[in-house]
Write a protein that binds this ligand. Structure first.
Ligand SMILES: [Zn+2]
Length: 311
């Protein structure tokens, strides 16, 4: 009997850096009959407890993608009314450092830091039981938290069988990643903007940590280049369908997405203003200065070649 016998669906996890198209991918995958997307569930405690809601990080407010306040949304009200799933609290810096050291420690089985974790299995079991009312063919609960620390937390949960976790490692061109974090939209929303170098390092580390976790715990995964996906979406959705044994409409996915009501949290504001088409955003070529383009084209080259533009 599997360890997670009380979780009836598997967990599909979108991993990788921010600003890499995860909100869009989350909605496209979540439009098919076998997948129920809950968004960036790592922020569960923020969205559940209005008092602790971080408006700086989520300027839109505690609103579900269906357009309602979280406590007025029919889906989340069902989840929240059961106090059993203990909320996942966000970890502080010291806890994050311990997590980082555990992840990169090859002898983790022998010696490792003890780290806090939320009651993920209870939360996912609760989500499954409610999500079944929406999707009869439910196969996956889609968590698009992206953060490798969050993935590690799930992998280390003794009540969740690692065989029931499937990862989509989504990676975007490092130059586009830097540009997206420094966008006018983010500046306008009042986000602190860091240097290009900081975002570059963040991009490299996040994706390396994700790969370390996948390899260390032998997780079932598929790697997806956002750039290649944006150029040929149907081809890559077909691959996802084959790998996950689900049925995303590879031609009509935009219409499917636009007509689906989602109940997810976190993510880009795109979720309230669903796109009418998919474009390969290469605005970094306009927005980054020529010297920056040259430097980061060189620095990102080996990683882009390995992760993003692999044949
Ligand atoms: Zn909702």
């Amino acid at each position: 009997m599997s360890k997670n016998s009380h979780i009836s669906s598997d967990i599909l996890f979108i991993a990788g850096g921010g600003h890499s198209g995860s909100t869009l991918l989350d909605m496209i995958i979540g439009s098919c009959p076998e997948v129920f997307g809950v968004g960036e569930i790592a922020f569960y405690s923020h969205y559940k407890n209005k008092a602790s809601f971080d408006c700086k990080r989520h300027p839109v407010g505690p609103i579900c993608t269906c357009g309602k306040d979280m406590d007025e949304c029919e889906f989340w009200r069902e989840i929240f009314k059961d106090d059993e799933p203990s909320t996942l609290e966000e970890l502080n810096t010291a806890e994050n450092i311990k997590l980082l050291l555990n992840i990169i420690n090859p002898f983790e089985k022998l010696v490792a830091f003890k780290v806090q974790k939320g009651n993920n299995s209870a939360l996912f079991a609760r989500i499954c039981s409610v999500a079944y009312k929406y999707k009869n063919d439910l196969k996956f609960i889609l968590d698009s938290s992206k953060n490798p620390f969050r993935l590690y937390e799930l992998v280390k949960d003794e009540n969740i069988d690692n065989g029931s976790i499937t990862v989509i490692h989504l990676i975007r061109d490092g130059r586009a990643y830097i540009n997206s974090y420094q966008s006018k939209k983010r500046k306008g929303l009042g986000f602190p903007i860091k240097s290009s170098c900081t975002y570059f390092i963040q991009w490299v580390i996040t994706n390396i940590l994700t790969r370390i976790i996948i390899n260390k715990f032998n997780l079932n995964y598929i790697s997806l280049s956002y750039d290649q996906f944006a150029i040929e979406p149907a081809k890559h959705l077909k691959k996802l369908n084959e790998f996950l044994e689900i049925a995303i409409d590879t031609e009509g996915f935009i219409d499917e997405m636009r007509s689906t009501t989602y109940h997810n949290m976190g993510g880009n504001t795109l979720r309230f203003d669903k796109p009418e088409s998919i474009e390969h955003d290469q605005s970094w070529k306009r927005n980054l200065s020529r010297p920056k383009q040259a430097v980061f084209s060189i620095l990102a080259f080996p990683f882009n070649k390995m992760w993003v533009y692999k044949k």
